[in-house]
Design a protein around this ligand. Sequence first.
Ligand code: CDP
Ligand code: CDP
Length: 354
Amino acid sequence: MAVNVVAIDGPAASGKSSAARLLAEALPGSVYVNTGSMYRAVAWKARRLGLDPKNPDPEKLASLLESTSMRFVPTPEGRELEVDGLLPGDELRTEEISAGASAVATIPAVREKLVQWQREMAEGNRIVMEGRDIGTVVFPDAKYKFFLTASPEERARRRLIQDGGNPSEEEIARVAAEIAARDKADSSRAVAPLRRAEDAVLIDNTGMTLAETVELLCEKIRRKVVLPYRVPYADTDQMGVVYYANYFEYFERFRNELLRACGYPYRVLEQEGIAMPVIEAVCRYKASARYDDELDITGFFAEASGVKVKIVCRIYRAGQLLVEGHTVHACVDMKTGRPTRPPRFVRDLLEPEN
Ligand code: CDP
Ligand code: CDP
């Protein structure tokens, strides 16, 4: 698992770059990487060499990349992409280069090279990387994955305001329709389509300020508990896969760590007179785990109502969801044997399921 990577994906104007930049500032020692600017830089360089970035020739682009260097360097305006020793800056954001970036981004040889560079950027660094395929292709094993989105109208409003306008409702509706069409094209393209990784946290920030979005990301990062687990032979059955009932034990291992990370190991809860027996357990099997697989077991407190607490658990292998389920617990006062309200800290930590 890449514990040093925060991956942020999402459609245009969902706030990825603004949120990723601020998040990197909030996480000590982290650097921010905007991968969209790398695709833009390919289009920019192609144009400088007299090629048409909107109708790129895959072979010419592949050889162009052989003699290209890209790195992010600190500048007074923040970290910027340096291409072959030059700083293209705002030249990357023209309409022609935006369209060119979308076109070059569909060429597998281009993606392969940029993905390789993006992976190298994480070596020895803590990074917050944003784009379209970071959680799905570049770092499928990133510990922290987010998918930001907002309604097309909200995103249209943001883009128009960002471009210095005071947009009318007609303008917003027109740009929202364009954005919705681009979302569809990005999500249905054959090469690295835009999609939420199964283990990415979905954040719809419609109606949220940028500061609220960043605060929410920080909170999700602080709360994330992932238990690594290597499958031993003892857990597998005659078919060579993890025996179905063992996943309930994995759920328990995770719950134990979740409570510990919250500062309330189950042992302490019991010492304080609270037991949390399981009254419901559900498990859905999507793919099998085998001997020696390295699993990531994660989850969260999903509900607390009356005396019940629901804990969702999900089990992944290299970013692929294998199993998901939940347990429901009744909180019981051990002295009287009567049901009691869940501890306060649980109610403070609830996260909606997505
Ligand atoms: O990188 P991406 O295209 O996803 O979006 P962005 O350039 O970071 O954000 C587009 C604009 O929306 C910026 O001006 C942000 O400040 C603004 N924004 C916002 O107003 N509220 C948010 N929750 C997120 C972004
Ligand atoms: O700012 P905006 O969201 O409009 O675009 P960007 O993030 O600067 O990305 C420019 C183009 O590169 C977009 O059309 C994306 O489809 C493409 N891209 C991609 O295919 N994969 C990435 N990881 C990042 C960007």
